[in-house]
Design a protein. Structure first.
Length: 190
């Protein structure tokens, strides 16, 4: 079974919306506006890229990343990976032609089936609504979280607000950086 890793930039209060400056959110770009950049705090991002064997995202994140990532040299490995987009509305005609193999999945059942295939880790980027569904369905195996020392208040959050039993996580790696960022790598305990 493949490992499904949810990776996210988070504010301390759990907001993940528009970390890179996507329009429509009042605090857009919060990852680079208010916290000093320290390269060592982002080492996990390089490791994720090298270890990933596929990318999973929701429609909104696909529509945000697909016009930008294919032209970014720092995402060369990601750009070569198969991509899976969970959407009930996208069609093959909506997919960009210059971002390699992309498959549309119509349901979380199809994500569960993908996890059953041979291969290495599948990394989920962005995709708040998809992350909620994946967490509620018990499909997330690991979280890679870079937590920023900011409180953003309103905004899309990584974790669902579903009323459910406690989900235990095991901290398997952590670090704190001089700029206040915290790295938390957590395995979902089943």
């Amino acid at each position: 079974m493949r490992t499904l890793i949810s990776t996210a930039f988070l504010s301390l209060d759990g907001v993940m919306e528009a970390p890179g400056g996507e329009s429509g959110y009042r605090n857009a770009g919060w990852t680079f506006k208010d916290v000093e950049f320290l390269p060592e705090a982002f080492d996990i991002k390089g490791r994720e890229q090298l270890e990933s064997t596929a990318i999973l995202m929701g429609r909104t994140s696909y529509e945000a990343f697909s016009p930008v990532w294919p032209g970014m040299e720092e995402f060369a490995h990601y750009n070569s990976l198969p991509k899976y987009v969970v959407s009930t509305t996208l069609t093959d005609d909506d997919l960009v032609p210059n971002w390699g193999e992309t498959t549309i999945l119509r349901s979380l059942d199809e994500v569960a089936a993908l996890k059953e295939t041979d291969g290495g880790p599948i990394t989920v980027h962005g995709s708040a609504a998809l992350n909620h569904g994946l967490a509620d369905a018990g499909l997330v195996d690991r979280y890679h979280l870079l937590v920023y020392p900011l409180l953003l208040g309103a905004g899309k959050r990584l974790f669902p607000a579903t009323d459910k039993d406690t989900q235990k996580l095991k901290l398997v790696e952590h670090a704190v950086y001089a700029n206040g960022l915290q790295l938390n790598v957590l395995d979902v305990v089943r």
